[in-house]
Design a protein around this ligand. Sequence first.
Ligand SMILES: O=C(O)CCC(=O)C(=O)O
Length: 275
Amino acid sequence: MTISLDAALAQFTEQGFVLIKQAVPEAIVRTLDGAVLQLADDRAPDLTHSSFNTNHALTQVRNAANLIPEYQLLFKCRDLMSLPCRILNGSIQVLGSEVLRRDVYQQAHEPWHRDSGAFLERPYDEVNGPLHLKAQVFFTDTQPKNSGNLVLIPGSHWWPVHHKDGDYWDSANDALAHGGVPDGALVVHAEPGDAVIFGNTMWHAVLPNLTQERRSAIIRFGQAWLRPYDHHCDPAAAAGHLSPGSRLLLGYHPSEVNPVDLYKEPTTTHSWDAQ
Ligand SMILES: O=C(O)CCC(=O)C(=O)O
């Protein structure tokens, strides 16, 4: 990382996001991107989970760490993992692993939204960080405008619910369809390997894509202490390619682990910070 973790944490608290340049080494981006393309060739068109956006230009693969052996390479990337780990005070688990392909599309790829619905729309907690946190890793170039760029509004993670009304978002979405963004919004111009970290109360959207297919991964993080006592499915259902560290991150803890311990200690053995 080009800035210290302390400085990145301070930026995250104030502005709600951090863009990490070259968070993932080029070789890992190439390997993972190749695996995604291969999977899409093998499995299309049933890759997008039916609960996801119905935008036909989007392929969104859910449970990607279980489906794609190369996905867990992301968990080894110190520059990617250390900031989310720090923001969540070392108590980190992976709640979701996704890969996305966003095809050329003349309309906005995603309207303005916050993640995860009304129950997670609570005042931002500076001490404990957000309840949900996302790392978006780019595999392709989004430096040109209207290349399916992620857009976000720095500082909007502090906004209370209904800070802006429906009319505001309706007109913001109308503008978005033509590449327009509200005052104060930031258009992310990412290179392959760059990552953006932001929490669930950040307002964000995705611009039209007039250039080339945009591919990326999302890791959805949560506080590790928010785990079930019991597994609702057999941990053996985890794919055989997952390392012990990846299994723990994904919540497949061994049955010998006392579930109460999951609420006390950071459950990952990693300290990305120290690597
Ligand atoms: O693909 C992106 O850049 C953002 C995706 C998004 O808006 C979401 O997952 O909530």
